[in-house]
Design a protein around this ligand. Sequence first.
Ligand code: ZN
Length: 243
Amino acid sequence: MGLFKWRGYLLMSKIVQFSTIGALMSGFVDGEFDFDAHKNEKMFGIGCSEGMNGELTISNGEAWEATAGEDVHKISKKLVPFIQITNFESENSFECDFLDEENTASILKKKLNIENVFIAINIHAIFNELKIRTPQKSNSKGRTALDMVNEQDVSSLTNIRGQLIGFWTPEIYGRISVPGFHLHFLSDDKKTSGHVLQYHANKAIFHFQVKNTIEIKNPTNKKYMDMSINVDLLDSLISKVEK
Ligand SMILES: [Zn+2]
């Protein structure tokens, strides 16, 4: 029984990712990955909805969608173009003071050498400052990642209680996932969510879990098969859009 549980745990401990940040930034925004088919109560992660119309934050098996000008809601279209999920188990946690987007890596580096591993990150705090981004909904099929950025909504919030959810990705995987931290926010009351740009908390509780395996599922449709990805353009876009 114990062994069975342990093996099951290992199987679920990988990161499952649909598509790549490279394909997303190059315009693959068709919904294809079936979120519901992978759903379980431990599911945790980040993604975006079809057409890059919303930022997704997945907590306890529910995907919350944040779109500019709309209330945060459970995802309505279950087929998504990009997602990074795992079963999160807090294996390590600690409390820290004065956490912000500048010092998060150095705080984590005091606990382990993070340079070569994927890490699932979950940070709970009352953020005295938080800046998040949500995309505008677009019906235009041809919207590029750059268009999306130019149309994004940035909110500056104060004294908000919630959690940061996401991943640390080593630099060498920087065309597969966003290199460094990619974090989304979900408030405890589930009314505020989005892609995290900046934050500050006087006290925070940090949970993390090293993820040794990542499984990448590529899209299968013709658009994906036929698309050409300009990696030089892509690198500049990723640093502009996602960092
Ligand atoms: Zn994001």
